[in-house]
Each structure stands twice: as structure tokens, then as C-alpha cells.
Write a protein that binds this ligand. Structure first.
Ligand code: SDX
Length: 431
């Protein structure tokens, strides 16, 4: 951040305090309140962190008003069109696009870490078959710290690097195993001759009883979905990973915490909730009924896949996802998918409605992704695990950035206390 001569003056109770300000390379200036409590004896108050920067970062930048998403400065639509997921992983982890040699080495290192410890297979068998795959992933990823002791010491840069590669490499294997376990099919080992996305499809959809050829259309669409979900500034799950990591917890435990947070329907669980909502709507005739419900203050219903804390314009990922949905369904010969028609008409009617226009509610990354994933053969329960798989590189990149910062402190927010002031204990016979 660039130090500015600019300061902010805070005045109350006849006192004034000068607070330093910092200017970013992009986005709003920040007021540095780190010494506010020590100097002025007051806290700031910002539940939900709507106006609070929790850290400085060089990884991802979102211009919510313009609908722009940059990873290390590169726009997401260019990366989705011209790059591929493992190259984006390299960019997020190391800060620059790799040379051909660097990319080849990185892809080989990831490929060589895709298997998980054989004993972890038994770990899966402790779950009920009908467990949600996200429950399995939280458990298994957390358990990685019980199997990979040689990459849990976060003070060792080499162990941090090994843990990063292991997590990027093994998440598809773990997600695929969670899926296979939930449908009662045998686990499928990764294949080193397949690229990252093709390998994931192979581990999910091949069976020992017959040959399985990965459809290149699906593999390209899968890779693009991974790329679109890779990182997104300090969202709820990334902030969870940062907070967990600030105590010095090992990376596997911290990523498990991120998976748990992502599961919620207001966050990564929205892709599953959105497709279920579109199916409940069922036909374009019922769209007005659901739009009315979304606008009704007394109805907790919200349009899933709509709205965003930061984007007050189109989520650029939703634009790419919408194009991809058209392409994939067309290439798969799925004519006139009724759910896609409902989604497009719902988007049209919502964007024409003053309620959504005034509140700047647009489709987000989760609005179209479920349509593609279902067309690829995934059940809705696998939508959020795929989001978690994709976002692991973002969580790890943010984790590395924070752990590598000598200024890092444990995160410990304060509160506005509204409870009882001190009072004496009352014996039970006197109550
Ligand atoms: C992700 O942070 C990230 O970057 C997340 C993510 C990532 O990549 O990590 O982008 C991934 O989580 C995308 C968001 C997925 N969630 C959904 O699609 C669930 C539906 N959307 C919402 O619940 C909501 O829009 C949030 C949670 C996404 C954002 O909530 P905010 O920023 O806290 O906004 P809010 O709840 O204060 O809403 C502002 C107003 C409210 O009305 P008022 O109280 O001002 O009258 O807009 C309304 C809300 O009622 N509103 C909606 C709505 N979203 C907000 N009304 C109807 N339908 C919606 N979807």
C-alpha cells in the first residue's frame, strides 16, 4: 500500500484524532484504525464487514460497480477464454503467468500428488452413504493433517509449498471419492495421463466395468468452471481460512474450515439452492409468483444466484457461465432445456423489475453454474463440492500471502456489548 499524507479526522466528545490513510493500486482509500482503541478508547462497529478491509492483498481485485474481476491484474473473462485452471493456479500462487517450462514443471508436480494416502479410503467408509458430500469433504480434508504430518509446520516455507501442492492436487480426488461413496460405486484412482479437469470427470464418472472416454467438450467446460471459481478477494470462506490460519493452525485444518463456511446457501451452497429453486419454479409462467416472493419483506425467500455483497453490476463470472451454458447444452444436443429457459426468463424479468434494479441485484456466479453441472451429469449435492475444489487454490494463495507476512497477527475482533453489567450470584433458594 502507498503511504499518503492524507489523514482522516475523527472528532467526538470535544476531542479530535488524526487517523492515517493508505491508498491502494485500485479501489477505495482505507482509514487505518489499528491504533484507534489505544488512542481514542473506542471501537468501530461493522457486523458483516460491509465497510472493513481485513488485510492488504495483491492476489485478486473486484470492481463491484463495473463488474470487473482481476486475478493478479488479469481479467477473468480473458483467463476463462485463453488460460486454463492449472495455469490460473500458478498465477494465483506465484503472482505471474508461468513460462512454458514453469507450467510444465508445476503441472507435473500437481499430477504426481493426485493420489491420497491409501488408509484414507477407510476414513471415507466411516460416513453414512447418504451423507452430503460436503460433510465428507470437511471431514476428510481436516483429516489430511492426520496423514500428512510432513507438511503441517507452517513456519517452514518448504512445508507450506508441499501442503499447497498437495491440496490443489488432492481436492479433485477427494471430491470424486465423496461422490462415488455417496452413490455406492467403487473409488476410481486418478490417471496421470489426463489433465486436471479430465481426470476429475474420469474419477467421477468412469466405472471398472467398462471403458470411459472423457468428452473434451465437458472437460473444457469443467476446466472453465474451475477457473471461474478460483478466487474472489476476502469472501466469507476465504476470511474463514485467514482467521483460522492466524492462530497458526495447519493448512489442512484451515482449508476444512473454509469448506465448512462455503457450504452455506448464502455463499457456495447457492449453486445447489439455485438449481433447486429453478426446478421449483418449473415454468416461465410461475416466474412472477417467485419474483413477488423475493420482493416480499415478510417472505424469507430470496432469488438464489442473485445479488452480491460486492458486485452492484453483472458478476463477470455469470456472463461467462451463461455463454458456457448455451455452448455446453448445444454441443451436448440438449435442445430447449426448460430449466435454462426458466433461468434466462427469470433473469430478464428480474432485471426489468425496479426492486432488483434499485437494489442493484444481478445474477452471480451461482445462477447458471448448476445448469451446466447438471447437464454434465452431476447431482445437485456435488455442486458445492466442485466450488470448494475450485476455490482451494484461492484459499491456499490467500493463506500463503498471510502466513508469509511478518506483520501477521492473530485475528481477534472486539464487540459492542449489550448484555448485563456485573451482578452478584443468587443462590437457588433465593431465586
Ligand atoms: C457467492 O463474497 C463473495 O465474493 C462470494 C462469492 C465468491 O466467489 O466467493 O461470489 C460466491 O457466495 C455468491 C453469492 C451466492 N449467494 C446467493 O446467490 C444467495 C442469494 N443472495 C443473497 O442472499 C445476497 O444477495 C448475498 C448474501 C449474496 C449478499 O447479501 P448482502 O450483501 O449482505 O446484501 P443484503 O442481504 O444486505 O441485501 C441487500 C438488500 C436486502 O433488502 P433490504 O433489507 O435492503 O430491503 O437486497 C435484498 C435484501 O433483502 N436482496 C435480495 C437478494 N439479495 C439481496 N432480495 C431478493 N433476492 C436476493 N437474492
Amino acid at each position: 500500500m502507498t503511504e499518503t499524507a492524507k489523514t482522516a479526522t475523527l472528532s467526538f466528545d470535544g476531542k479530535s484524532f488524526e487517523l492515517p490513510m493508505h491508498s491502494p493500486t485500485a479501489g477505495p482509500d482505507v482509514i487505518d484504525i489499528r491504533k484507534l482503541y489505544a488512542d481514542a478508547g473506542v471501537f468501530t462497529y461493522d457486523p458483516g464487514f460491509t465497510s472493513t478491509a481485513s488485510c492488504d492483498s495483491t492476489i485478486t481485485y473486484i470492481d463491484g460497480g463495473a463488474g470487473v474481476l482481476l486475478h493478479r491484474g488479469y481479467p477473468i473473462d480473458q483467463l476463462a477464454a485463453k488460460s486454463h485452471y492449472l495455469e490460473v493456479c500458478y498465477l494465483l500462487l506465484y503472482g505471474e503467468l508461468p513460462t512454458a517450462a514453469q507450467l510444465e514443471d508445476f503441472e507435473l508436480r500437481v499430477t504426481r500428488h493426485t493420489m491420497i494416502h491409501e488408509q484414507m479410503h477407510n476414513f471415507f467408509r466411516g460416513f453414512r452413504r447418504d451423507a452430503h458430500p460436503m460433510a465428507t469433504m470437511v471431514g476428510v480434508v481436516g483429516a489430511m493433517s492426520a496423514f500428512y504430518h510432513d507438511s503441517t509446520d507452517i513456519s517452514d516455507p518448504w512445508q507450506r509449498e508441499v501442503a499447497s501442492i498437495r491440496l490443489v492436487a488432492k481436492m479433485p480426488t477427494i471430491a470424486a471419492m465423496a461422490y462415488k461413496y455417496s452413490i455406492g460405486q467403487p473409488f476410481v484412482y486418478p490417471r496421470n495421463d489426463l489433465d486436471y479437469a479430465a481426470n476429475f470427470l474420469h474419477m467421477c464418472f468412469s466405472v471398472p466395468a467398462e471403458k470411459y472416454e472423457v468428452n473434451p467438450i465437458l472437460s473444457r467446460a469443467m476446466d472453465r468452471i474451475f477457473t471461474l471459481h478460483a478466487d474472489h478477494e476476502q469472501n466469507a470462506s476465504t476470511s474463514t481460512v485467514r482467521l483460522a490460519s492466524s492462530s497458526g493452525a495447519n493448512p489442512f485444518a484451515c482449508i476444512a474450515a473454509g469448506i465448512a463456511c462455503l457450504w452455506g446457501p448464502a455463499h457456495g451452497g447457492a449453486n445447489q439452492a439455485c438449481l433447486e429453486m429453478l426446478k421449483e419454479i418449473g415454468s416461465v409462467e410461475r416466474i412472477p409468483e417467485f419474483i413477488a416472493r423475493a420482493k416480499d419483506k415478510d417472505d424469507p425467500f430470496r432469488l438464489m444466484g442473485f445479488g452480491h455483497r460486492v458486485y452492484k453490476n453483472f458478476d463477470p463470472r455469470a456472463k461467462v457461465m451463461k455463454q458456457s451454458a448455451d455452448e455446453v447444452l448445444d454441443l451436448l444436443g440438449i435442445e430447449d432445456n426448460p430449466i435454462l429457459q426458466v433461468a434466462k426468463e427469470l433473469e430478464k424479468q428480474a432485471l426489468e423489475d425496479p426492486y432488483f434494479a434499485e437494489k442493484k441485484l444481478f445474477p452471480n456466479v451461482d445462477f447458471y453454474s448448476g445448469i451446466i453441472l447438471e447437464a454434465m451429469g452431476f447431482p445437485t449435492s456435488m455442486f458445492t463440492p466442485i466450488f470448494a475444489l475450485s476455490r482451494t487454490v484461492g484459499w491456499i494463495s490467500q493463506w500463503k500471502e498471510m502466513i508469509g507476512d511478518p506483520q501477521m497477527k492473530i485475528g481477534r475482533p472486539r464487540q459492542l456489548y449489550l448484555g448485563e453489567t456485573e451482578r452478584d450470584y443468587v443462590d437457588v433458594e433465593d431465586r
